[in-house]
Ligand binder design. Structure first.
Ligand SMILES: CC(C)(COP(=O)(O)OP(=O)(O)OC[C@H]1O[C@@H](n2cnc3c(N)ncnc32)[C@H](O)[C@@H]1OP(=O)(O)O)[C@@H](O)C(=O)NCCC(=O)NCCS
Length: 165
């Protein structure tokens, strides 16, 4: 049986990451976003999934500010991409769960995602936890997951590469 391995992304993975992101979304926007986040130094954690030495999945967590009376350092989960032929086999779940495990171990306390609640809800993300944040993305798709004491209000400040301030 082919095993899927998960490891930290390296510079040697850049082209393969671009390809997986492009294939998963059938456009280059997310692939370019990933490159821009890295270039700007805003990546917090980036993992890849490998099968038979081929890169088949990728997830990126970047630094997200929550501005209230001061700035709290949270993370944004985006994007996550699995090679189309291998979707629906648990690779996305494994990447996100391993990401969460490492982030918690590193002392991170809050992760925010914009996406389908039917998917992200299984990891513990809820809109309720994100409903108090001020964001251009405010709505049901905006969800948060807290591992410790973290703000529930304040303005979300995305990395520059998102182009949303
Ligand atoms: C979304 C994505 C990352 C999920 O990864 P995956 O490895 O295919 O998913 P998993 O095998 O871990 O989980 C499969 C489950 O998630 C569900 N699921 C997959 N994509 C989903 C989506 N976009 N919305 C809601 N549910 C989704 C499946 O129905 C399945 O549910 P089940 O366990 O009840 O049968 C992957 O399918 C992908 O790359 N899609 C295209 C890009 C994308 O939409 N990225 C997410 C937005 S940033």
């Amino acid at each position: 049986m082919t095993e899927t391995g998960i490891r930290t992304a390296t510079d040697a993975d850049r082209a393969a990451i671009f390809s997986v992101e492009e294939a998963a979304f059938a456009r280059t926007d997310e692939a370019e976003l990933v490159d821009a986040i890295r270039r700007d130094g805003d990546a917090v954690l980036e993992l890849v999934a490998e099968r038979d030495r081929a890169l088949v999945g990728h997830v990126l967590f970047s630094r997200l500010g929550v501005d209230d009376t001061s700035r709290f350092a949270a993370v944004a989960l985006a994007p996550v991409a699995i090679a189309p032929a291998l979707q629906g086999r648990g690779i996305g779940t494994a990447l996100i769960q391993e990401g969460h495990r490492r982030l918690r171990a590193a002392g991170e306390r809050l992760s925010v995602v914009l996406g389908d609640p039917a998917y992200y809800g299984r990891f513990g993300y809820t809109h309720r936890r994100a409903a108090g944040f001020e964001s251009l993305f405010q709505g049901n798709a905006l969800q948060a997951l807290a591992w410790g004491a973290a703000p529930a209000t304040g303005r979300l400040v995305y990395p520059r590469a998102f182009g949303v301030g």
